[in-house]
Design a protein around this ligand. Structure first.
Ligand SMILES: [Zn+2]
Length: 117
């Protein structure tokens, strides 16, 4: 069962890598100093912001996946990082990078947990 989840995590990691590769060309793409007019400038600002947000999202996703793979290696995969209870197979199938059980995740989203990054 864990092997299947591991495979899903590795596939997901590959997906992030591929998209990040194609992101490399974005680095040189939008140049704010070479805009013809205000409109072009405005649309490039939006473009740059979206690229940054997307890249950040991918990087976060990748570190979540890497952390999950590390937990698989160390044998603590599937245990809630907060309370130590089992996260549960259904939740892991839906979200293989989950590190919190449903209850702790709900607390976390309400800002009740103070977790160190
Ligand atoms: Zn928990």
């Amino acid at each position: 069962m864990q092997e299947m989840l591991r495979k899903r995590l590795i596939d997901a990691l590959d997906g992030c890598r591929l998209r990040t590769c194609s992101d490399a060309e974005l680095d040189e793409q939008p140049r704010l100093d070479a805009c013809a007019d205000e409109n072009e400038f405005a649309s490039r600002v939006v473009e740059v912001g979206m690229h940054l947000a997307l890249r950040r999202r991918l990087e976060e996703r990748r570190s979540e996946i890497e952390a999950a793979l590390k937990r698989l290696d160390t044998g603590c995969y599937g245990d809630c990082e907060e309370c130590g209870e089992e996260i549960g197979l259904a939740r892991l199938m839906a979200n293989p990078t989950a590190s919190l059980c449903v209850h702790c995740q709900a607390d976390n989203e309400r800002g009740l947990l103070r977790r160190c990054a």
